[in-house]
Design a protein. Structure first.
Length: 176
């Protein structure tokens, strides 16, 4: 069987792809459809064409599988490149985020509003809070970034009030 080559149907620049036999068009005649809907055997002269359909169909499936694999490889490369571009965009947005432009003194003032002041502590208008709780400010503020850590550690007013919930530590304090 003499195989021709065809260019890529999308870009017309990849010559050398083997032509895929037109199995579907050859096999979808009304007579074949009639044979499929009945239980009659094909005529002897049709059997050679049916065998040729099987042979050329097998070749077509192989060629299509090869093209699918190559297309999948190209698609995977595009997906990977897209992920890299999206990562760059995300990094660029992070660098331009407005929080980076806030003055240290303003951030320090915001941080002070995040912690309990002495009046709140003595008035007991707060829920149980523990200064040693790592999920409470000022600890959480000091874990956001290097800059926030520097600001929070250099802000003594964040660390002046200590609240300890001794019920949290009662089990470890019981002598064994």
């Amino acid at each position: 069987m003499l195989e021709s080559t065809v260019p890529c149907p999308l870009c017309n620049t990849l010559p050398g792809l083997p032509a895929i036999p037109s199995v579907v068009q050859q096999f979808c005649s009304p007579h074949v459809q009639k044979l499929l809907s009945q239980n009659d055997p094909p005529l002897e002269m049709e059997r050679a064409n049916i065998h040729e359909t099987i042979t050329s169909g097998t070749t077509a499936v192989y060629l299509l599988n090869e093209r699918i694999l190559e297309t999948q490889r190209i698609l995977d490369a595009f997906i990977s490149e897209r992920e890299q571009v999206l990562s760059c965009i995300n990094d660029a947005r992070t660098l331009l985020h407005p929080i980076r432009t806030i003055n240290d003194d303003i951030l320090r003032e915001i941080f002070l509003w995040c912690v309990y002041d002495w009046e709140d502590i003595v008035s007991c208008h707060h829920q149980y809070h523990d200064s040693l709780g790592r999920l409470e400010p000022p600890w959480t503020l000091s874990h956001v970034s290097h800059r926030w850590r520097t600001i929070s550690l250099s802000s003594p007013r964040l660390w002046t009030s200590v609240i300890l919930n001794f019920s949290t530590y009662s089990d470890p304090m019981i002598p064994h």
